[in-house]
Design a binder for this molecule. Sequence first.
Ligand code: NAD
Ligand code: ZN
Length: 250
Amino acid sequence: MTRQLIEQAADIIAGSRLTLALTGAGISVESGIPDFRSAGGLWSRYDPEEYATINAFRSDPRKVWNMLREMDQVVNRARPNKAHLAMGELEAIGCLHGIITQNIDNLHQAGGSRNVIEYHGNASTLSCLWCGRKYTAEEKRDEAPPTCQCRNVLKPDVIFFGEAIPEEAMRRSYELASSAEALLVVGTSAVVSPVNTIPSIARGNSAKIIEINMERTHLTDSLTDIFLQGSAGEIMPLIVEAVKEKKQSS
Ligand code: NAD
Ligand code: ZN
C-alpha cells in the first residue's frame, strides 16, 4: 500500500458530496471480535451454517444460545478501535454521510458515528418469535437461555441467515447507495446477500469505490477503484488525516 493510494482515496472523499461506508466483521477484528474467515476463535467451533440460520434457531434455540452467549461475552468486552474512531471523525468533519454495517456489535456508535444503518440488526434487544414481546438483553443477561413471559426462548434482534432484512434499513440503504458519489468498503468479503448489492447500486450512480480489506475479494477486480490492502485500524486514520489536510488547504 502506497502513500499515493491514500492520497487518491482522500481526493475522492474530499471531492464527494455524498460518501457512504459499507462495513463488515473485518472492521471489528482489531477490537477482538473474530470475523468468519480468520482462523481460531468462535467461528471455528460454531459453524455459522449450523448456528446462524433461522431454521437452526427455530428447531433448537437452546443449542444456538450456547453460541450466542459466547458471542455476547466477546462483544460486551469489545471497545471501538482506530478504524471505528476514524469513521466517527470523518462524519464529524462532514465527509462521511452514512455507514451501512453488517455488524451487530454497536462499535460504530461507540466510536462516535451517528448515522449508522444496522443492516443485520442489533444484539442489544431480544424478541419472542411466538408472542412478539420485546426485552433488553441487559434485563435478561442472567437467564440461560433468556426466556419470554410466555415460556418460549427469546431471539436476539439480529438477522439470522434466512431472515428478512428490516425494511427501514433496506430502504435507507438503497436511498443512500443510489445517490452516493463515493463508497468505502471496509472489512467485508461482500458475499452475504442482499447487503452485497450495495457496491453495485452505488456504482450505478458512478460512485468511486475504495476498498479496505486484509485480503482481495470478488470486488477487488470488478467494482473497486482503489484497493488498500491491510488493516482498517491502520489505514482508516491515514485516510482521515489526508482528507483533513486537503480540506484545510482548499
Ligand atoms: P467476513 O468474515 O466474510 O469477511 C471479513 C473481511 O474482513 C475479509 O475480507 C477479511 O480479509 C477482512 N478483514 C479481516 N480483518 C481485517 C482488518 N483488521 N482490517 C480490514 N479488513 C479485515 O465478514 P462479513 O463480510 O462481514 O460477513 C460476515 C457476516 O457475519 C456478516 O453478515 C456479519 O453481520 C456477521 N458477523 C458480524 C460480526 C460483528 O458484529 N462484529 C462478527 C462476525 C460475523
Ligand atoms: Zn413470548
